[in-house]
Ligand binder design. Structure first.
Ligand SMILES: *Cc1c(COP(=O)(O)O)cnc(C)c1O
Length: 389
């Protein structure tokens, strides 16, 4: 037994993909690492809310011991469904102008729970090649058949739909809005048009990296494009820009009722801590007003992705605050990350199996706390390293 682990670990080490957990000290948007404070460009705190001490103080001022309930002690279906769940879900439904919303423990719970619940052996899932691991796991746990289409290749998607749709009870197209590793976007309007050509095709959009960041109120790319009501399953997370924990789906009332009755990752897990839900609601109400932060983030993102897109080649064209710099080999990505860390930026290498083989990269997550000056400095360091390669 011991040898199995050792052999596999040796392979991982040999391929330059060995991972460890580092303990990090945080102060605002800085991280203490190897005796220095580095600007954190590897977090998903896209609006800088998780690192904002004033917001925490304001929240604490309004909190009493009575509301500080750190554990819910039960599933939502037994005694864990505290009133704050209703307030949060009503608020979400109101903001999205949708019939209803349902909150989950995390985006991972949402993605591995919804797809198995809503599909059967007679269903077909069509997923973008680059969807997040949690969606892949949801597909694996479902009885549905699955075909992956090439990343954002809607001609291929339509071809599959034309030949397959009539053989299945339902077909679900699964995509992210902003993709987590390339920072590029799905053409959501096109996907809506495509699904509207069929009676039994639905659209599942994971907005994990877009909520908080896109749209007038930060409700995501679907808000930005005015197509919220066209999406059958609109999934957002609270763990990223919203600086909390948990996730939600925006859907019809009937779909919500159905999920409450069938979704295993909702039924068979302890409900979120009420204090966590209170914080989420607090942050949500703040974040919808933060257009200035969204605009600043958009501006510095453009400054970084415009030149890096030229280096990355046409397969990897970011148009968001997630900006990769593709270098190919894992060792090169690790080495480059070290160099950039020396210059004061906490940037990490992303290696297979998180990204496809041969596309190891630096993945820069800009946040609204990152200044124009910081962004320009980072860019000039990357450009220097690129030339010295
Ligand atoms: C982070 C992420 C998730 C998982 O969300 P958690 O709330 O962190 O579990 C799901 N989908 C995508 C695309 C993500 O990036």
């Amino acid at each position: 037994m011991k040898n199995i682990f050792q052999n596999q670990l040796s392979t991982i080490i040999h391929n330059g993909n060995y991972r460890t957990l580092s303990t990090l000290v945080h102060k605002k948007n800085k991280i203490y690492y190897e005796d220095r404070w580095l600007l954190n460009l590897s977090s998903n705190d896209y609006l800088g809310l998780a690192s904002n001490i004033e917001l925490r103080n304001e929240f604490l001022e309004g909190l009493t011991a009575e509301h500080f309930i750190a554990g819910s002690s039960s599933s939502r279906l037994l005694t864990g469904n505290y009133d704050v769940y209703n307030r949060l879900e009503s608020r979400l439904a109101e903001l999205y102008e949708s019939e209803s919303a349902l909150v989950f423990n995390s985006g991972y719970h949402a993605n591995i729970g919804i797809l198995p619940a809503v599909t059967t052996r007679k269903s077909l899932i069509l997923a973008d090649k680059l969807v997040h691991a949690s969606l892949i796991d949801g597909i694996r746990l479902s009885d549905a058949q699955c075909i992956r289409y090439r990343h954002n290749d809607y001609a291929q998607l339509e071809q599959i739909l034309d030949t397959k749709t009539s053989h299945f009870d339902i077909v679900i197209i699964v995509t992210e809005s902003i993709f987590s590793m390339d920072g590029d976007e799905a053409e959501l309007n096109r996907l809506v048009e495509i699904k509207n050509n069929y009676q039994n095709v639905m659209l599942y959009v994971d907005e994990a990296h877009a909520v908080g960041v896109r749209g007038k109120q930060g409700l995501g790319c679907c808000e930005e494009r005015g197509i919220i009501s066209k999406i059958d399953f609109l999934v957002g997370t609270f763990g990223k820009a919203f600086a909390s924990m948990g996730a939600y789906v925006i859907c019809t009332r009937r779909c919500r009722d159905f999920l409450i009755n069938t979704m295993r990752t909702l039924i068979f897990t302890t409900a979120l801590p009420p204090v966590n839900l209170e914080w989420t609601l607090f942050i949500l109400n703040k974040a919808i007003l933060m257009s200035d932060k969204r605009m600043h983030l958009h501006k510095i993102s453009q400054i970084l992705y415009t030149p890096l897109n030229r280096l990355n080649g046409e397969q990897h064209q970011s148009c968001s605050h997630i900006v990769p710099y593709i270098v190919g080999a894992s060792e090169r990505a690790s080495h480059l990350a070290k160099e950039i860390q020396k210059a004061g930026f906490y940037v990490l290498p992303i290696r297979p199996p998180t990204v496809p083989l041969g596309t190891a990269r630096l993945r820069i997550s800009l946040t609204a706390d990152c200044s124009l000056q910081d962004t320009k400095e980072l860019l000039s360091i990357i450009m220097k390293e690129d030339k010295s390669e």
